[in-house]
Ligand binder design. Structure first.
Ligand SMILES: Cc1cc2nc3c(=O)[nH]c(=O)nc-3n(C[C@H](O)[C@H](O)[C@H](O)COP(=O)(O)O)c2cc1C
Length: 194
């Protein structure tokens, strides 16, 4: 079990990738990990769209078109960080493959929330197996994951929603771990009945 904690702590969001393809058998191993996540009623409400080439380029373009006007005008982003962020926005750091994790929406608010929780657990599993395979990932959500254009590019049904777009590839950086908000875990834990 110490191994699990080690991989959890080693995983980093990677925002720059080597120009090197990822073998299909490695991707399958990562997907196997994702598929073993817990889910509501064991419904396994996720699907995985594994994309490369023009599909990756087109999804990146959806993000870049939005980021081009958003990043320069975002008051909370320090000016000196904006050029780097815009560069990253062009292609998510150049990952050769994207795994988009979707969940099925039934329109029932509670079921949909649970499906998103399950898909998120699958994403976390995916990122951890990728770390063990020396692959980098970053969880992309927000605007690009909600854009109709992205769903169209990936050929999603109306009832499929995106929990995350996960660029995956060989890391070209080794970023330090960002500090957690509260290193004193006890401040975030309530023990009842101990
Ligand atoms: C739900 C979710 C959405 C995220 N969205 C983005 C995103 O759109 N772009 C991005 O670069 N990173 C995104 N991240 C990654 C976080 O920025 C990152 O996990 C956090 O800064 C901690 O860094 P670490 O992953 O290296 O520990 C997202 C993470 C989560 C869980």
């Amino acid at each position: 079990m110490e191994e699990v904690l080690k991989v959890i702590k080693e995983r980093r969001s990677i925002r720059k990738y080597k120009d090197k393809d990822v073998a299909k058998n490695k991707i399958q191993k990562v997907l196997e990990g994702a598929n073993w996540a817990p889910s509501n009623g064991n419904s396994q409400p996720w699907d995985f769209i594994v994309a490369k080439g023009e599909y990756v380029d087109k999804v990146c373009n959806v993000f870049y078109e939005w980021a081009k006007s958003y990043i320069p005008n975002a008051p909370y982003i320090p000016e000196e960080k904006k050029p780097l962020m815009l560069e990253y926005a062009k292609n998510f750091g150049g990952a050769p493959v994207h795994i988009t994790v979707t969940y099925r929406s039934s329109g029932d608010e509670i079921k949909d929330e649970e499906a998103l929780m399950a898909a998120s657990a699958a994403i976390q599993n995916l990122t951890l197996v990728a770390t063990e395979e020396d692959l980098g990932t970053v969880w992309i959500a927000g605007h690009v994951a909600h854009a109709e254009k992205t769903k169209e590019i990936l050929g999603l049904d109306d009832n499929q929603k995106i929990a995350g777009i996960i660029p995956i590839g060989y890391p070209d950086i080794n970023p330090p771990a960002p500090a957690r908000e509260d290193p004193d875990l006890n401040k975030k834990v309530t023990w009842l009945g101990f």
